[in-house]
Design a protein around this ligand. Structure first.
Ligand code: GLV
Ligand code: MN
Ligand code: MN
Length: 400
């Protein structure tokens, strides 16, 4: 499975993946998923929001046990964030068939569309739509950097955008969703464990800061006559770092667009996107309020107009204790050990679904903690341990 996925959407320049929603690379990932489902004789389904499902047992049955993740990536992402969960799901199913287990519940593998939000700016679009956390009107307004809207992109990829919207009946049939994911930190490396269980996801969001000044000649405009939005933007980046440090949170400006983007022109517009996350909501509010206040002061000092728009927000997710404890019991019994329970600052489809469906996550050790980068890695032994753990969990949940 890895050999087939390896070249899909991979940049030869960076070695990273560019698998953005509804692009050719995404289509190749989707074709791979469908092929994996059909090769195993699973019932393949594409839902109204473009999420893919592979069913063993009756897709219309109740109390289904679902696993899976996503196949899209951030710009120059690693190989594991997303695909490890999907590949491990198919491998776990193969393992359970080899064990000869008898399922008493329907089991499915899912590939949620557009988890990273790299193209349209909003993460977890497929699961948010299904769970009713993104309205059809909001989804219609999502636009990529080239001005292509989400419905246009879906249509160009051969999907009918008219069907998108909440999918409560489908979610109501799910008794448990378990997402396996590469760890995006070093907790397991430090504790010496291959696999962990998620406790919570930090609240997080994305804010767009538009600094508007005046374009002018970089050589002839006196410094005192400039209204340069880059200065306020740069000061705001430093303020974000300072506020995050003070609060014990994280804040990142990782994406920027500049107009007119000429070496010898003072910019007219600097647009920067702030991603901020914290262990709890009051802390996150403090950080973002602090960054915005600083940005307004800097903007005023330089004669710059500033607009701040919150583009997305995901509240804190505390995974259901009953399912989490069940996973710990299943894995502890098999391995005769205590499985570590970890929080994370990364967002996941499991977090979106957790408001609607009993949801849990398994993390697989990442030796460096690096993620959202071509250097992301997980050792083969650890990936195999993840597959075994997922198989044990699916057997425990779907065969009782
Ligand atoms: C998704 O990986 C996110 O946490 O942004
Ligand atoms: Mn990610
Ligand atoms: Mn992911």
């Amino acid at each position: 499975m890895w050999a087939e996925l390896l070249p899909v959407g991979r940049s030869s320049a960076s070695g990273g993946y560019r698998r953005f929603a509804w692009t050719g690379a995404d289509a190749d990932c989707r074709a791979w998923f469908k092929d994996q489902a059909e090769t195993r004789g699973l019932t393949y389904e594409l839902d109204r929001n473009g999420n893919q499902w592979a069913w063993l047992g009756d897709p219309a049955g109740q109390d289904a046990v679902v696993t899976g993740s996503h196949l899209d990536s951030v710009p120059d992402g690693g190989a594991f964030d997303g695909p490890l969960g999907v590949v491990s799901s198919f491998a776990a199913l193969d393992e359970l068939r080899a064990r000869g287990v008898r399922f008493t519940k329907p089991v499915a593998i899912v590939n949620f569309g557009d988890e990273e939000g790299a193209r349209f700016g909003l993460a977890c679009v497929g699961s948010r739509l299904a769970a009713g956390q993104l309205t059809v009107e909001q989804a219609h307004r999502l636009t990529d950097a080239d001005g292509v809207t989400l419905p246009q992109a879906m249509e160009r990829a051969g999907y009918d955008p008219a069907t998108i919207g909440p999918d409560p009946e489908r979610l109501a049939r799910i008794g448990a969703f378990v997402e396996l994911h590469v760890e995006q930190g070093r907790a397991l490396d430090l504790s010496g464990d291959r696999v962990g269980i998620a406790s919570a996801i930090w609240p997080h969001g994305r804010w767009r800061f538009d600094f508007r000044g005046e374009a002018n000649h970089a050589g002839t405009t006196r410094l005192v006559d400039r209204r340069d939005p880059m200065l306020s933007y740069a000061e705001t980046v430093l303020a974000a770092r300072r506020e995050a440090e003070l609060a014990g949170a994280v804040a990142t400006f990782g994406k920027i667009s500049v107009e007119p983007n000429g070496v010898n022109a003072i910019p007219s517009l600097v647009r920067g996107w702030l991603d901020s996350r914290a262990a709890d909501q009051p802390t996150l509010d403090t950080v973002v309020t602090g960054v915005e206040k600083a940005a307004r002061e800097y903007a005023e000092a330089h004669g710059i107009e500033l607009d701040v728009v919150r583009e997305s927000f995901t509240p804190v997710v505390e995974f259901e204790h009953a399912l989490r404890d069940e996973l710990a019991r299943i894995l502890g019994k098999e391995a005769d050990l205590t499985v570590p329970v970890l929080g994370t600052g990364a967002g996941h489809d499991a977090g979106i679904l957790s408001g609607t469906v009993p949801t849990a996550m398994l993390f697989v050790r990442n030796p460096t903690g690096v993620s959202h980068s071509p250097a992301e890695h997980a050792a083969e032994d650890d990936c195999v341990a993840g597959v075994t753990a997922l198989a044990d969990v699916l057997e425990g949940l779907a065969c009782r």
